[in-house]
Ligand binder design. Sequence first.
Ligand SMILES: *[C@@H]1O[C@H](CO)[C@@H](O)[C@H](O)[C@H]1NC(C)=O
Ligand SMILES: *[C@@H]1O[C@H](CO)[C@@H](O)[C@H](O)[C@H]1NC(C)=O
Ligand SMILES: *[C@@H]1O[C@H](CO)[C@@H](O)[C@H](O)[C@H]1NC(C)=O
Ligand SMILES: *[C@@H]1O[C@H](CO)[C@@H](O)[C@H](O)[C@H]1NC(C)=O
Ligand SMILES: *[C@@H]1O[C@H](CO)[C@@H](O)[C@H](O)[C@H]1NC(C)=O
Ligand SMILES: *[C@@H]1O[C@H](CO)[C@@H](O)[C@H](O)[C@H]1NC(C)=O
Ligand SMILES: *[C@@H]1O[C@H](CO)[C@@H](O)[C@H](O)[C@H]1NC(C)=O
Ligand SMILES: *[C@@H]1O[C@H](CO)[C@@H](O)[C@H](O)[C@H]1NC(C)=O
Length: 433
Amino acid sequence: MEMAFTVLLLLQLISSLFLAPIFVFAQTDGKVAVGASLSATAGNNSSWLSPSGDFAFGFQKLENNDLFLLSIWFAKIPDRTIVWYANGDRPAPKGSIVNLTANSGLVLTSPQGEQLWKSDQTVAGVVAHGVMNDTGNFVLEDDKSENLWETFKNPTDTMLPGQIIERGGKLFSRQSETNYARGRFELDFQEDGNLVFSAKKPFYSTATTTGTVPGSEGKQLVFNDSGNFYILRVNGGRFTFTADERPARDYYLRSTLNFDGVLAQYFLPKSPFVGNASWKPLWSEPDNICQKVNSGTGVCGTNSICTLNADQRPTCECPRGYSLLDPNDPYGSCNPDFRQGCEDLYDVQVLANTDWLTPGYELLKDSTADKCNKSCFQDCLCDVAIYSNETCWKKKLPLSYGREDSSFNAKTFIKFRKDNSTPPCPSSYNGAA
Ligand SMILES: *[C@@H]1O[C@H](CO)[C@@H](O)[C@H](O)[C@H]1NC(C)=O
Ligand SMILES: *[C@@H]1O[C@H](CO)[C@@H](O)[C@H](O)[C@H]1NC(C)=O
Ligand SMILES: *[C@@H]1O[C@H](CO)[C@@H](O)[C@H](O)[C@H]1NC(C)=O
Ligand SMILES: *[C@@H]1O[C@H](CO)[C@@H](O)[C@H](O)[C@H]1NC(C)=O
Ligand SMILES: *[C@@H]1O[C@H](CO)[C@@H](O)[C@H](O)[C@H]1NC(C)=O
Ligand SMILES: *[C@@H]1O[C@H](CO)[C@@H](O)[C@H](O)[C@H]1NC(C)=O
Ligand SMILES: *[C@@H]1O[C@H](CO)[C@@H](O)[C@H](O)[C@H]1NC(C)=O
Ligand SMILES: *[C@@H]1O[C@H](CO)[C@@H](O)[C@H](O)[C@H]1NC(C)=O
């Protein structure tokens, strides 16, 4: 008995000795002093934790490359789901540093000293400290604890309980599950109180505008601590997405505008802790995105077919005889296999400042003249590529209303058939697709 007690005491002593540093580290008040910094270093997960340890702010290494995303994530669950990020279009190279400064807030600098991003304060003032709050909100406060900037007011693709979006606020989808560059979809809480989903053009809305009932227009998009996600109307009424409740006390919760345009609320029980548990959707909108989106290239790329899964998320599939243009982008365009190998058949002529009114079937942002030419050259659907202002438009025959104009400031790559080449098969450019 006494022996067991002593052993128990010893065990407690040992474990407290071991736990002490972790305990001290985790039980901070979430405050971060001005002058503090984090660096993007592989194998060193440096981050600032919230008091409960539920959320962390810092760098997460991206898959398959040496780039890091300055972000906030769920820190206690294995997949460390990212809920906010800075500079998704241009992740930070290894060795980048984020500093908390008094006059500029958070400043992200590359190893070469280039400023990559900073928190743009809307409220002027001197930062006294940062706080990684238990709600998942990273807040910059002045010496009177007034909020000068917060991630909750600068959302990316996700909302958390306790977060409110005022009119004019937006969420943007990322490009794919693992690519945080801005994607095709946008959730726009318009000035008229309507919540609109769009892919270049609107394709779904909650219709919370001024209706027959006075004050029925939306005032705020709210995600409250009871787990209710709704639009609060001017007259106090609510547009709700679900009646089902999951309190933030018992569940990890998030509402995310997914890269495929589906807005969904997810939950994950906090306990019992299951190591391999994954997020489950509580609801999602719209109910059939394959049918709703008919602007831009749609949910899927050109020639691809959208099917709705049981979870109301879309899958894109190439028809038989077609393959993905980019094997790493299952939601991208499909290329007919019978036109593959076209590289051997064509040459490229360069024209200056020439364009056609025919709309492009694909647009590549952040392009270069070389990339633009190459992309068209390798794409058997492409007949001409127009490069201007870091953008590449790929167009196909028939091309109408061709014009040359020096104000286009463009470089034009047009493909032509090499003399000695034989046609690949009977269906060339007047064939299918
Ligand atoms: C960093 O975090 C990842 C993911 O949780 C983990 O697998 C890895 O062991 C961590 N590395 C260090 C050095 O803590
Ligand atoms: C990890 O971070 C610690 C503390 O900031 C630092 O002393 C150490 O050099 C870092 N390790 C690497 C591999 O960068
Ligand atoms: C950022 O922090 C690093 C490391 O503490 C420091 O060397 C650097 O001078 C700081 N830069 C700024 C702009 O404060
Ligand atoms: C910080 O979190 C607490 C709950 O932990 C919440 O009541 C408070 O509103 C949060 N503050 C901010 C600025 O998000
Ligand atoms: C959240 O909203 C629901 C109504 O949609 C309300 O019943 C509940 O009391 C709210 N919870 C909190 C914590 O404000
Ligand atoms: C999680 O792990 C448990 C126990 O190892 C297993 O029974 C269960 O099937 C796993 N669940 C998933 C979704 O992988
Ligand atoms: C266009 O790209 C092709 C394939 O990479 C190359 O052979 C050709 O020389 C390029 N033409 C120009 C003008 O850059
Ligand atoms: C070039 O593209 C950028 C971003 O897409 C745009 O803001 C700018 O107006 C464009 N410039 C011209 C001259 O078209």
